[in-house]
Ligand binder design. Structure first.
Ligand code: BES
Ligand code: MN
Ligand code: ZN
Length: 491
């Protein structure tokens, strides 16, 4: 299911479309591009502004029927008074596309005359995200009840040539989000470590990336006792996967993107409560983000070296499962006392973060649905960011802002190391209730030897409730952040 997007230079008044959308900021009044259409409707559009039936407030929509000719129906979408215009355009485009998707119109046209390239790109991304729904596992309704999914989008622009590049980049990034959301929404019995690596191989074949996959045996050879103890009681073979995209100078140190890929997290022997456990199929959103970002980066054709890596497995209880009190040895040689088998993401990442040292990275950014504590601290709209390098931190936070996936820094000072000291081993895998997102990052920090930022996406990678612009399920975070970091470095 992909949205076909094209740009056309034309008049709104004569657009024969089932739905014409126009994005309007507060106080803008009737947009110039709608004046002719307004006349043909006897001034109906102007009246809705003058009477303040539509004000252009954020997330406001106003729906009108069209005339005998031109658009069949019209929807005005408010952007409020945006500080960040590209972000506001993206959100309004999401809302417009979601409206079209729900109305079952099949095709829509968005007025984009005079929209600068950076905003046009965000409009294209937003439209793809807003019209998106996960329907793969549903039986389609009978023909007579079927509503047309949104399949075609036309942008009305002044300059079709100038629109070509933002359309291309917006589509590439949209495709990355699409892949990440599709994988993440797939249930644990479909989205297995195997499926994730098969997806990596497909991306590799399509775009010419070198793909390396380690299974249980290969990880045993690497002495990855930390990763493997999580995979001890699952029948699904765990996977460590690397995808090397090398379009930069030969000697250029790569950016390495790392994702947590827990295809399901039961908690293991420290089992989670039944309520809402089904959402733990989303515990692979970091890995899905890496795959989506690699897809987008390859489509963009950026001149840079990037390696996408993820560790994938399933956290299960069982008679052979790892237990609290067990001590395992990571590939770095450090010994870890297992306090809680539900703190499994950091155990997987410990060996993955040590392993990526072989790429001699310029920077490593990992994304993981790591802690409930991060959700308590920052809620569902902001990602937690922790790291060991101030410049890289600023770079990642700025990229997350450009991508409308805001991240906020949490402190990672040496004091937090105290909380993960173990009586019987080098470190332990939990640090108590206080500062849980930070002590998790402090644990990861024990395995890192390069400039590094960790993104805790536990609150932002998926939504458990329907949002104005998004259905329940995966949001696609952190695809945009990854892409923005990489493309800024490539330019
Ligand atoms: N995958 C969870 C974290 C999580 C929680 C993600 C809620 C999304 C929403 C992680 O593996 C986990 O279980 N973390 C524990 C750590 C604790 C045992 C120290 C947690 O946050 O409770
Ligand atoms: Mn867990
Ligand atoms: Zn987990």
């Amino acid at each position: 299911m992909s949205l076909e997007i094209s740009a056309r230079a034309g008049r709104a008044a004569s657009a024969t479309t089932p739905l014409l959308a126009c994005l309007v900021a507060t106080g803008d009044g009737l947009p110039a591009a709608l004046r002719e259409l307004d006349k043909s409707l006897g001034g109906a559009l102007r009246r809705s502004f003058d009477r303040r039936d539509f004000r252009g407030n954020r997330d406001e929509t106003f729906h009108l029927v069209g005339g005998r000719k031109g658009p069949r129906r019209i929807v005005l979408v408010g952007m409020g008074s945006p500080k960040d215009r590209p972000a506001a355009v993206r959100r309004a485009a999401m809302l417009a596309a979601r409206f079209a998707h729900r109305a079952g119109v099949g095709a829509m046209t968005i007025v984009a005359a005079g929209t600068p390239a950076a905003e046009l790109e965000q409009l294209v991304i937003g439209a793809q995200l807003g019209g998106w729904e996960y329907t793969e596992m549903k039986t389609p309704p009978p023909e007579k009840d079927r509503r047309a999914p949104l399949e075609s989008l036309v942008l009305l622009v002044d300059d079709v040539k100038a629109a070509a590049e933002p359309l291309r980049t917006g589509r590439a990034i949209g495709a990355g989000y699409d892949l990440a959301r599709r994988l993440a929404n797939s249930p644990g019995n479909v989205c297995t470590p195997e499926l994730l690596t098969e997806t990596a191989r497909t991306i590799g074949k399509t775009h010419g990336l070198k793909v390396t996959v380690l299974g249980r045996k290969e990880m045993e050879k690497e002495k990855m006792g930390s990763f493997l103890c999580v995979a001890q009681a699952t029948t699904q073979d765990p996977r460590l996967c690397a995808m090397e995209y090398r379009k930069g100078p030969k000697d250029q140190a790569p950016v390495v993107l790392v994702g947590k890929g827990l295809c399901f997290d039961t908690g293991g022997i420290s089992i989670k409560p039944a309520e809402r456990m089904e959402f733990m199929k989303f515990d692979m959103c970091g890995a899905a983000g890496v795959l989506g970002a690699m897809e987008a980066i390859a489509r963009l054709g950026l001149a840079i070296n990037v390696v996408g890596v993820f560790g994938a497995t399933t956290n299960m209880p069982g008679s052979n499962a790892v237990k609290p009190g067990d001590i395992v040895t990571a590939s770095s040689g450090k010994t870890i006392e297992i306090i809680n088998t539900d703190a499994e993401g950091r155990l997987v990442l410990a060996d993955v973060l040590h392993w990526v040292k072989r790429f001699k990275p310029a920077a490593v950014i990992d994304a993981a649905t790591l802690t409930g504590a991060c959700v308590v601290a920052l809620g569902n709209t902001t990602t937690g960011a922790l790291g060991n390098d101030d410049a890289l931190m600023q770079e990642v936070i700025e990229a997350s802002r450009r991508a409308s996936e805001p991240a906020w820094q949490l402190p990672l000072t040496d004091e937090y190391k105290e909380q993960i000291k173990s009586v019987v081993a080098d470190i332990k895998n939990t640090g108590g209730r206080a500062g849980g997102a930070i002590t998790a990052a402090a644990f990861l920090n024990e395995f890192v030897e390069y400039p590094w930022v960790h993104l805790d996406i536990a609150g932002t990678a998926y939504t458990e409730s329907d949002l104005t612009v998004m259905p329940v399920g995966a949001t696609g975070v952190p695809v945009g952040t990854f892409v923005e970091v990489v493309r800024r470095r490539a330019s």
